[in-house]
Design a binder for this molecule. Sequence first.
Ligand code: FAD
Length: 292
Amino acid sequence: MRPSAFDYLTPTSLDEAIGCLSEHAPEARLLAGGQSLIPAMNLRLARPRVLVDLSGISGLAGIEEDGGSVTIGAMTTHSEIAVSDVLQRMVPPLPAMARRIGHHAIRNRGTIGGSLAHADPASEWPCALLALGGQIKVSGPKGERAIPAEEFFRTYYTTEIEPDEILTGVVLSVFDRSRRWSFHEVARQPGAFALVLVLACASLSAGNTVADLRLAVGGCGGRPVLPVTDWSFLTGVRPSAELIETAAQRAAGALDPPGDNSASGEDRRQMALVLLRRALGEVLIEEMGASV
Ligand SMILES: Cc1cc2nc3c(=O)[nH]c(=O)nc-3n(C[C@H](O)[C@H](O)[C@H](O)COP(=O)(O)OP(=O)(O)OC[C@H]3O[C@@H](n4cnc5c(N)ncnc54)[C@H](O)[C@@H]3O)c2cc1C
């Protein structure tokens, strides 16, 4: 099918792009990599009257470290993240997660900003930003604001971005060298969207007791979630297999995934439980090692 007719605008600065949105919102849509929007337009699930292409705006792509944080521009592609040496050193889960997104053609065009704005709850970046405690920067006619990932995702394909705002980038804290992480997902085939995905990050103290744990689950509802925010029953404790089972059960029990054409709610919870056990074991028990 073909998309319905639209005007195509090519701003060359952020201010110009915000002006285009302010003039044409809510009938205008931003175009980043086009890997979600163009298929939706071809199916006429989306019918924007105006497309505002972000690709001509310099400064929206790139990865920069600044002391204790890393900023990733909205137009940075999944492929650029997958091969970034800076991210491999500073925020190592990101390159590994990028390699799990779609296939090469999708990764070469699709952007982190487009993915976060699209807010598919089964996609990698929303889960990553939530687990890593990232901030999402947006700009609009009233200026710039940074939204914590916990507040950014509302529900399926819906975020805190206003119709006249543009997501400009994300800010993440640099990983401490000793921080451990584990990412796992279940997908029906390589390149397909995940059914369920889990990213866990933890720090162990001397003596391998738990200092800190943060874990996000995607694909189990309208947005990624932190199923447990109070892990104090684990802190200061040397984890055992029994404790990991308790933690995994507690996190899976906090999920309430709906069923759909791909999996029933109970199947999703079961998949989450398996991934939670695996991820928690890998981040909390030294000899199991961190993994992708
Ligand atoms: C076959 C296939 C398989 C895929 N598999 C996966 C997968 O496994 N995992 C995964 O995570 N994704 C997957 N995707 C989606 C892919 O990652 C897309 O790149 C991503 O969802 C959207 O990014 P984009 O840059 O292409 O955005 P676009 O498609 O251009 O835009 C998506 C939406 O975001 C808005 N938008 C874009 N940029 C901005 C911005 N800077 N500020 C505000 N709004 C903005 C647009 O207006 C639009 O509404 C897949 C896509 C396809 C077609």
